[in-house]
Design a binder for this molecule. Sequence first.
Ligand SMILES: Nc1nc2c(c(=O)[nH]1)N[C@@H](CN(C=O)c1ccc(C(=O)N[C@@H](CCC(=O)O)C(=O)O)cc1)CN2
Ligand SMILES: [Mg+2]
Length: 294
Amino acid sequence: MSARILDGNALSADVRARLAEQVSQIKLRGITPCLAVILVGDNPASAVYVRNKVAGCEKAGMRSLRFDYPADVAPQVVLDKIAELNADDSVHGILVQLPLPPQFDEKAVLEAISVDKDVDGFHAENVGRLSQGQRAFFPCTPHGVMKLLEAGHVDVSGADAVVIGRSNIVGKPMAMLLTQAGATVTVCHSRTRDLASHTRRADILVVAIGRPMFVTGDMIKPGAAVIDVGMNRIPAGMPNEGKLCGDVDFASAKDVAGAITPVPGGVGPMTITMLLSNTLESAERQAERQEGRA
Ligand SMILES: Nc1nc2c(c(=O)[nH]1)N[C@@H](CN(C=O)c1ccc(C(=O)N[C@@H](CCC(=O)O)C(=O)O)cc1)CN2
Ligand SMILES: [Mg+2]
């Protein structure tokens, strides 16, 4: 049997339609949600993501501001822009597109963004709040995965979940969100011994390791939900060379899994959708604060 497809494009379209309605509601209260996006350098993939973020805002009825800097910009220039945007009440979300060029201290840049406008959810305080189950902006990719599991009726509470990858952007927050939702979570990574012994126990397997088609069908528990966060190009010499592929070998995995995300069209589209959702949430928090003061 072939696995059910967890379709990120379809879910994204549904969520974005609802967001657009909520945006029109908050505009009636005198607030237009606004996202500021900072892009440094000329990484072509980053340029596409930033363009899609700006276009996503426009389609949802939100404002966006975009600031582009050359790859050799002095980090202080970007830090000054962040300080200006932090102080601007008409801006609800601020993000700096990653990766940054080598002269940047990424952590210092992320910490410079106001916690209240950190719609990427990368600031240490938001991470800490998430880890304690407090109200926080959740990082967009893992947040999108939780929405895909929910929409796909995958039971998280009580499930054995395995996350491959321990990055700050995906693996670690993913593990925290799954834990909060009641899963028993194992985080595996490049040093994990006998990886397949872990993956074969997983009712939910989230793969964010950055290696093309690394997880194959024989590593998957029959009926498991398999979430592929990878985005790679098919290596030279293989069929479909240069095409986009995930960290999961979809062809063999789909015959074993109960549900699976494709690449493209799975987790990726949900990342920008959850960013828009966080920006709206930030604007709603501002409305609550203003109306509380009135
Ligand atoms: N500041 C941030 N930087 C980065 C983040 C982030 O969340 N915040 N995540 C990634 C890049 N990213 C958004 O920024 C992102 C990656 C992929 C997609 C997506 O829709 N992928 C499509 C395929 C796109 C293609 O054809 O190339 C898919 O999977 O279907 C959206 C956003 C790193 N940096
Ligand atoms: Mg890793």
